[in-house]
Design a protein around this ligand. Structure first.
Ligand code: FAD
Length: 400
């Protein structure tokens, strides 16, 4: 009989197992992959953006959801700053990039996994990899039926992630367990997912591969701006990607689901307002200067594309050019599905979970942590933080 069994060795499950093991409770971590933290290893382009170094209130304010307050206790137990110090104390040198995003100096996500693996060993956590939990039963205790045998535990923690990147192991098992124990699952949807457009400019692939640091995207519905985000953008062979497009994706998804026509307006030069840009374009209005100027402020391929759209250098055409640069509009037809999304939106309903412990309010001794819960953040270290903070919180409260 274990004191605590944790299903899933992603960041949430590993952190939970470590804090549980720290007080000499008999702890077992079960992972179906051969390796620990398979998704974590891929994260941040294999660099792992481990946290976003914001004060707790600001962190919560920056979440795209209304239910961020749920995280208040968990983030106070294990804040972004605590996470930073925790990994530095484990010997990982960290650096903070723009928008408070924290990465290892080595740029290797695997450093975090090795460090967490060492902590599991140090704290006497038993780890079973290559073992799939198949079923869970509860009588007086939990009975955990796995591909490698049956185990019993007083406390069971579900840390199996959402539905995104299922090849990393997150295939929705925890959501099924939640349902089995009468929990509600809120609508599941792709978030932090690329946007697909069938517009000619995308299909022609003329702009494929161009990337833009810090530009502004506006989400338009019926011609009105309903959300604006400034960050990096990549134009791909299917549409738009990069943090800016990813951050807008959940809003685009919901609008498309309501059968609304959705477009994205790109401001390629947000640092210059429209009136000033128009003046500069007019000053440069001759064939030699105009293309030269455009090439100075835009990638050459985009400068050529815009320049060749002009039929003359009339006032009207210069105004058109100004609009192309400041308000380039692309219709969005789909959001890439949940399996391709970086993060799963929705999950186990938070009103049924105690935010101080992550314990189910319906089933004593059952806990849910990480992405399986109905809480998520934008790209930028938020989701790793949510996984680590909820894991840490469950880990020490399962012992109370
Ligand atoms: C490509 C990519 C890049 C990302 N980059 C970042 C980033 O840089 N920063 C950031 O904050 N977030 C990032 N995210 C999001 C972040 O990785 C996740 O939110 C986070 O990993 C969720 O942690 P978790 O512990 O809840 O679940 P997961 O990491 O998904 O782990 C769940 C584990 O449970 C195991 N499991 C599932 N079912 C069973 C079962 N039945 N039996 C045994 N084991 C099981 C799985 O194999 C898996 O290992 C990224 C996501 C993706 C897809």
């Amino acid at each position: 009989m274990y004191d605590c069994i944790i299903v899933g060795a992603g960041p949430s499950g590993m952190m939970c197992a470590i804090t549980s093991g720290q007080t000499n409770k008999k702890t077992l971590l079960i992972e179906k992959n051969l390796e620990l933290g398979k998704k974590m290893k891929l994260s941040g382009g294999t660099r792992c953006n481990i946290t976003n170094l914001k004060a707790v209130d600001l962190f919560i304010k920056n979440l795209p959801t209304k239910n961020g307050r749920f995280l208040f206790s968990a983030l106070n137990n294990f804040s972004p700053l605590n996470i930073y110090h925790y990994f530095e104390n484990l010997g990982i040198k960290l650096k903070t990039e723009n928008d408070n995003r924290v990465f290892p100096v080595s740029n290797k996500a695997s450093d975090f996994i090795t460090a967490l693996g060492n902590e599991l060993t140090k704290n006497h956590v038993e780890v079973l990899t290559n073992t799939t939990v198949l079923e869970v039963e509860k009588n007086q205790h939990f009975k955990i039926i796995t591909s490698a045998g049956i185990y019993y535990t007083q406390k069971l923690v579900i840390a199996t992630g959402g539905l995104s990147y299922p090849h990393t192991g997150s295939t929705g098992f925890g959501l099924e367990i939640a349902k089995q124990f009468n929990h509600h699952i809120t609508e599941l949807f792709p978030t932090e997912s690329p946007l697909i457009s069938h517009d000619e400019v995308i299909i022609s692939k003329l702009l494929q591969g161009l990337s833009f640091p810090n530009i502004t995207l506006s989400l338009l519905q019926d011609g009105k701006v309903i959300k604006k985000i400034t960050d990096d953008l990549i134009i791909t062979h299917f549409g738009l990607s990069g943090p800016c497009a990813l951050k807008l994706s959940q809003f685009v998804y919901h609008k498309l689901k309501e059968n609304k026509a959705v477009a994205i307006q790109i401001d390629f030069i947000p640092q210059i307002n429209s009136e000033s840009l128009l003046e500069i374009l007019k000053i440069n209005r001759n064939e030699d200067n105009l293309l030269k100027y455009l090439t100075k402020i835009l990638p050459k391929r985009l400068a050529d594309y815009f320049y060749h759209k002009l039929s003359s250098l009339s006032n009207q055409q210069i105004l058109l050019l100004n609009n192309l640069i400041k308000k380039f509009t692309i219709k969005i037809h789909e959001v890439k599905p949940i399996q391709v999304a970086f993060v799963t939106g929705g999950g186990v309903a938070l009103k049924e979970i105690n935010p101080k412990t992550m314990e189910s309010k319906l089933v004593p001794g059952l806990y849910f942590i990480g992405e399986v819960l109905d809480i998520h953040g934008y790209t930028g270290g938020y989701n790793m933080t949510i996984a680590l903070a909820t894991g840490y919180t469950a880990g020490f409260t399962t012992l109370l």
